[in-house]
Design a protein around this ligand. Sequence first.
Ligand SMILES: [Zn+2]
Length: 246
Amino acid sequence: MISDKRVLVVGAHSADWVWRSSGAIAKYTANGAQVFVVCLTFGARGESSALWKTEGQTFENVKKIRYQEAQDAAAVLGVTNLEMWDFDDCMLEISPEILQRLNEKIREVKPSLIITHDTVDTTNRDHGIAHEIVVRASIMAAQPGIPSDGLKSTKTVPIFGFEASEPERSGFVPDVYLDITDFYSKKEEAMKCIKTQTEGPFIHGRLNTHRGWQAARMSGNKNIKYVEVFRVHDPIVVNELPVHDV
Ligand SMILES: [Zn+2]
């Protein structure tokens, strides 16, 4: 049941979560789930080129604009928990500081599932590093022996990896197809909030359409038009073998 889920979405930069999972997020919030979004950096260096064309541009102003865009998208999607952390993009590192902070965030949120980047994404190396940070922090969050400001350890939960912008070059093969047809207009509205990256709606709209065609063919449900796909980090334990439920 979607309504009782707590979803933690972790992106490397300010808008990764919008391009790659806002259909899923809209579906979950519309059905009563709680969604928490953490952006590890503002993406002020590597994904804000358009803003740096303005003469006299500053890091502080770029960060302010990227935060506002993400907040606008969050409002469209019904996300009330958005955090923008200020680690350095283009040089994102798996540091003890970021691992500990995310470990504590996972303990605080107690997610039912986590959505983040997959292992490889050729368009930006921070994405693969973010995946590693999430996996390691989720392991830390499950260990009772790690001091975490009094927060209790959590159980291990499934981690779903976003589709890379260039799936072929990233070796991305999806495990799960999520029908977002009824929520695609929300996704389009959210993507429009990210004015700095004008190519995003084209790139991700094309992927969502292609995956929708695949899903309709595989499931036999011709009403499916738009789909977001994910890779599963670890196998998921179920009570019975899954079937198409669309
Ligand atoms: Zn990114």
